[in-house]
Design a protein around this ligand. Structure first.
Ligand SMILES: Cc1cc2nc3c(=O)[nH]c(=O)nc-3n(C[C@H](O)[C@H](O)[C@H](O)COP(=O)(O)OP(=O)(O)OC[C@H]3O[C@@H](n4cnc5c(N)ncnc54)[C@H](O)[C@@H]3O)c2cc1C
Length: 496
């Protein structure tokens, strides 16, 4: 078996697939779930809220049940981003019977480039990844918006059995739990009735899908106080869209770039979105304009693109701060309410929020439709299947933190690049290190395997090229032996 076929074997053997969505949903009995004529109010029309609405309508149609569904969405800017992995596309197709329309596709990404302060290396991807915009604010339909507008696609006649109403743009101001007199939730809207009082909806089930945009808003704070809801732990992030038409040269091509440590304390990504269009995302840091300058002035980045005044090329003139979850919420459902999408914090950390939203909404809808809307039902049929992510996520965060630490060391950056380049010289598909980077990009491999592949690739390089490795680690740069020893020991302690 040649080295690359061993790696290909490992990649296909351990590739993640969409979970088996049957277990533990059976026995599925529509008479047990939401009663006929019940009202469901979904607060937030991002990916999770829209998918929840669509699937609930699909099930109503299939089982001939009548449910009144309201989707209330405030159409603020929903950040950029929009890289849809193959596994997320498959989930979208299989679970929601939706494809990505061609007019949404801005670029098909065929490879990825890992960049650190010492250079860069190209990594082949097994399949094309689709780049889209999330919102439609730039004159091109956004991916998230397109799902919201296709909630009824292919089942227009289902509204004969159920009703579906989208209320937009409207902000939900308050969600008031049932009290002694009323058994219904009151969802208070920003829009007003003709008599001037705030409009409100009465609901049997409230679905909270307002994403991280809503954190720290009075509505969520009150909801937390009244229900015990706890948002998941988060990491700072940011995103901006860059017009690259003024670049002196641009070699980005159809490649996505993982830019590690060039702006200290962050991992960035360049995602191409067609001609003259680049999305820049950052994990662990909200970038300032000075950080932008640092990034584009760095000699390694300058080999890829030379953009003299990046701060003047931002399409919205701002860098939008945002969050990504780093673990699960400790309380995200109760009697008659459930949080889905980002606010549940269940999914693979630092990767594939879309897939998490698709899978989470699927379990939540099946729970309410076939089992019930009590805390016990959510615990058994929604929470339990999502728990599979927990252990893997702990490792994912450890790997991220370890990289933030060790990535500050010049020798480590050089060693990683030397090992990855040596793999590529032998075979463009590379070996273990390439597979690890590929796994990070496609979201297909578990974090445990990714970590092992990195270790394997580095060990192999050190064993095969001890002299070069020795020179890289000990002889070049400013570090001295005791510093390196200290780094290795404290890195090992961090992992343990
Ligand atoms: C910068 C950034 C880039 C990302 N890029 C990617 C990527 O490339 N690929 C990927 O797979 N994942 C990505 N993610 C993660 C992914 O976008 C999210 O995990 C996913 O969109 C979560 O969907 P959601 O429906 O839970 O929340 P959101 O998409 O945030 O939707 C929440 C919705 O609720 C509405 N809302 C908020 N408050 C109220 C209110 N009070 N009343 C009514 N409506 C309200 C908002 O307007 C919004 O429409 C990215 C995340 C960030 C922050």
């Amino acid at each position: 078996m040649s080295p690359s076929s061993l790696i290909k074997f490992l990649e296909s053997k351990f590739a993640r697939s969409i979970p088996n969505m049957q277990w533990p949903i059976r026995p599925a009995d529509p008479s047990r779930g939401l009663p006929d004529g019940a009202t469901v109010v979904i607060v937030g029309g991002g990916l999770a809220g829209s998918c929840f609405a669509r699937l609930l309508l699909m099930l109503c149609h299939k089982e001939n049940k009548r449910i009144n569904i309201y989707l209330v969405n405030s159409t603020g800017c929903n950040y950029c981003g929009g890289l849809v992995t193959n596994i997320a596309q498959e989930a979208m197709k299989r679970l929601y019977k939706l494809n990505i329309p061609e007019n949404l596709v801005l670029e098909k990404i065929n490879s990825c480039v890992y960049v650190n302060r010492e250079g860069h290396v190209k990594i082949e991807l097994p399949r094309l990844i689709t780049a889209t915009l999330r919102t439609s604010r730039f004159g091109v339909t956004g991916f998230d918006d397109s799902i919201k507008h296709r909630i009824l696609e292919g089942m227009e006649d289902c509204t004969k059995t159920s009703t579906f109403t989208r209320i937009e743009p409207t902000i939900v101001k308050r969600i008031i739990p049932p009290d002694g007199e009323s058994k219904k939730w009151r969802v208070v809207l920003s829009r007003r009735r003709p008599n001037g009082s705030p409009d409100e909806l009465l609901a049997d089930l409230v679905v909270l899908a307002t994403g991280f945009n809503s954190l720290d808003k009075p509505m969520i704070n009150r909801f937390m106080q009244s229900t015990g809801f706890k948002p998941p732990p988060v990491l700072r992030a940011c995103v901006t869209e860059i017009d690259t038409s003024t670049a002196r040269y641009n070699r980005v091509g159809q490649q996505v770039y993982m830019i590690d440590g060039i702006v200290p304390g962050s991992i960035l990504a360049f995602i191409p979105k067609g001609k003259n269009w680049l999305t820049l995302t950052s994990l662990n840091k909200v970038l300032s304009f000075e950080d932008l300058q640092t990034l584009f002035n760095h000699p390694v980045v300058k080999e890829i693109i030379d953009l003299p005044n990046p701060a003047e090329c931002l399409r919205c003139h701002v860098i939008c701060p945002s969050f990504v979850f780093t673990g699960p919420s400790r309380c995200f459902y109760g009697d008659g309410w459930v949080a889905v999408g980002d606010l549940a914090g269940y999914g693979r950390v630092l990767k594939d929020g879309y897939l998490a939203a698709f899978v989470g909404a699927w379990y939540a809808v099946h729970t309410v439709f076939y089992h019930g809307t009590s805390r016990t039902h959510f615990a058994r049929y929604y929470h339990r299947p999502l728990r599979r992510f927990n252990r893997e996520n702990l490792l994912g965060i450890k790997l991220f933190n370890f990289n933030m630490f060790i990535g500050r060391q010049k020798w480590f950056n050089r060693l990683l690049l030397a090992a990855a380049k040596e793999e590529r010289q032998k075979n463009p598909y590379g070996w273990a290190i390439h597979a690890a980077f590929r796994g990070l990009q496609t979201g297909l491999l578990p974090y445990l395997l990714i970590s092992l592949l990195f270790v394997l690739g580095l060990f192999r390089y050190v064993l095969r090229h001890p002299f070069q490795a020795w020179r890289i680690i000990f002889c070049r740069g400013k570090e001295n032996h005791s510093e390196i020893k200290k780094t290795i020991f404290s890195a090992a302690r961090k992992i343990i």
